[in-house]
Design a binder for this molecule. Sequence first.
Ligand SMILES: C[S@@+](CC[C@H](N)C(=O)[O-])C[C@H]1O[C@@H](n2cnc3c(N)ncnc32)[C@H](O)[C@@H]1O
Length: 290
Amino acid sequence: MPVLMSETLQYLDPKPDETYLDLTAGYGGHAGAVRALTNGRAVTLVDRDQMAISQLKERFSDHGAEIIHSDFLSASNQLVQNGRQYDMILADLGVSSPHLNIASRGFAISHDGPLDMRMDQTQAVTAADIVNTYDEEDLVRILRVYGEEPRAKRIAQAIIQQRPLTTTSQLAKIVAQAYRGYSKTHPATRTFQALRIAVNDELRQVEQALPLWIRLLKPGGRLAVISFHSLEDRIVKTILAERAGKRYDAELQLLTKRPVVATKDELVSNPRARSAKLRAAVKIKINERG
Ligand SMILES: C[S@@+](CC[C@H](N)C(=O)[O-])C[C@H]1O[C@@H](n2cnc3c(N)ncnc32)[C@H](O)[C@@H]1O
């Protein structure tokens, strides 16, 4: 189920015949709602997951949508090179529900599966490659930086001692044993987040692609970004703030002073929305600069 749907539509503010770029189109929830309000054919849908792309093709090809199987950094570079610009751009970051629910994708602590975690299964490096080949220093760095895991060293040592690891349940058990002490969530939650971010190079993707999204906006165009963990949200907040403000050369005006979060009602029906944060901005028209 798409998160923050009505809030996203409020900030994207679709109007008939406007153009739309969805950088993480997934199963097309947000894209379907935007298309219904624009009656638009000028829709570009990007996702790095082949399963998502197959579904998007079934649902949107007949309507003339352009569908791109790619990570969004490469796709954004290509679109900039082609001189494209859009009225609305959405990035709803992170994994989709099928990633978490299909055990064979290896994302979930709660489903036993191979240690995979690749959003794009044509990519070479899996989570198993990282846990089985990285040295202690690199594992500690990944767990600390991407998982903000205070027990990174102990967990890295336990992983190294018990190699080779092949399944998610094996990893979850090793981390739980190494953890000791109280944890509100499963003790392997941070480890799984860290590995997922590393496998998919998630932070670099956002950091390098976000400036391109600003270039891909038409003057007056709206950008909305939904993130699911603080590391990602910090990058989005910082880059949007740098490009906005009262400077003479500001490119953006922020539409959200604070991140927008899910309502209580949404949290009841969609627990995945718990950590979602939406930030939005509009590209300033040159004659409107302060
Ligand atoms: C939260 S889901 C998006 C759901 C979508 N908004 C909907 O309404 O169905 C995130 C999607 O983004 C894709 N994704 C995440 N990071 C990506 C990246 N760097 N490049 C391209 N796609 C990415 C994932 O494969 C996943 O399908």
